[in-house]
Write a protein that binds this ligand. Structure first.
Ligand SMILES: Nc1ncnc2c1ncn2[C@@H]1O[C@H](COP(=O)(O)OP(=O)(O)OP(=O)(O)O)[C@@H](O)[C@H]1O
Length: 260
């Protein structure tokens, strides 16, 4: 599947355009990190992709087709969204939280079938959280909760995941565990588009990057090409060195090192 943004303009009213002339595409089997300073419009762009906001101009296309007239159910077969804030009001079991991802297929008044349970089990397996299936969602750690929410999105059987800051407020270990699972999703052929405040994460998962900036066109390309000292200075107004080394597996690794 291919998600394309063509000359897209987004915002909350004609008078308040937040982003314009957004052009980039993400395919299944790829990760795209959406970077940019606070308030630049990353969430606004996600809302437009998910049809929670109407484009002020241009198009969101899936496999070449403008999604403007698509029903939410049709869109849900392609894109699954994981928001940043998700504490459920009831202490559901993890297995039931993940099963909720089948809602689009089961319907509000339907009963999950054997196949729905199997898909939910597989989603937990794929995210490495099956051992938590009988735990209460509100009693597991923040990192585990994030993996469970991604498993719930996988249970929807989408082609692509739309993740809003999937590592926000996670400790260092959980951040790495979640990133590792996101890379595995890419290797399994899913597409991932995610917001992050850490350019290092784009290096970590060798992703594409769409760098959003105020009053400048979006910069889009491979992480190695877009995350440069000059581009980070322009976007975030800070000095950052890009350091590079070869790890024990012979892989070239890049990281950002802020200069004080
Ligand atoms: N419901 C709304 N109505 C009007 N303006 C809004 C609304 N939500 C956000 N905005 C404005 O849209 C702009 C972009 O906000 P958005 O949340 O998309 O930025 P962001 O890049 O996701 O920020 P952050 O990195 O801080 O999460 C901001 O100026 C914000 O004030």
């Amino acid at each position: 599947m291919k998600l394309e943004l063509r000359n897209l303009a987004c915002g909350y009213s004609e008078e308040k355009e937040i982003l314009e002339q957004i052009n980039f595409e993400v395919n299944t089997g790829e990760i795209c990190c959406l970077l940019g300073p606070n308030g630049v419009g990353k969430t606004t762009l996600f809302k437009t992709i998910l049809k929670l906001l109407k484009p002020l101009g241009g198009e969101v296309r899936i496999d070449g087709e403008d999604i403007a007239r698509w029903s939410p159910a049709r869109l849900a077969k392609h894109l699954a969204y994981v928001s940043q804030f998700h504490v459920p009001p009831f202490p559901y079991y993890v297995k039931d939280v993940v099963l909720l991802g089948r809602m689009n297929s089961v319907g509000y008044f339907g009963q999950p079938k054997k196949q729905d349970y199997q898909i939910a089990e597989q989603a937990m397996e794929d995210m490495g959280v099956r051992h938590l299936r009988d735990e209460v969602y509100t009693d597991i750690s923040g990192g585990e909760r994030q993996l469970v929410m991604i498993a719930r999105a996988l249970a929807q059987e989408p082609d692509m995941l739309v993740l809003d800051e999937p590592t926000a407020s996670l400790d260092y270990g959980n951040m790495i565990r979640v990133m590792r699972q996101i890379v595995k999703l890419k290797e399994k052929g899913y597409g991932v588009i995610m917001t992050t405040h850490s350019p290092d994460q784009a290096f970590m998962c060798r992703s594409k990057v769409a760098l959003l900036q105020r009053s400048a066109p979006v910069k889009f390309g491979d992480a190695m090409e877009i995350i440069t000292r000059k581009n980070l200075k322009e976007a975030y107004k800070v000095d950052v060195k890009i350091i590079q080394f070869v790890d024990e597996n012979g892989q070239r690794v890049r990281m950002c090192a802020p200069t004080f």
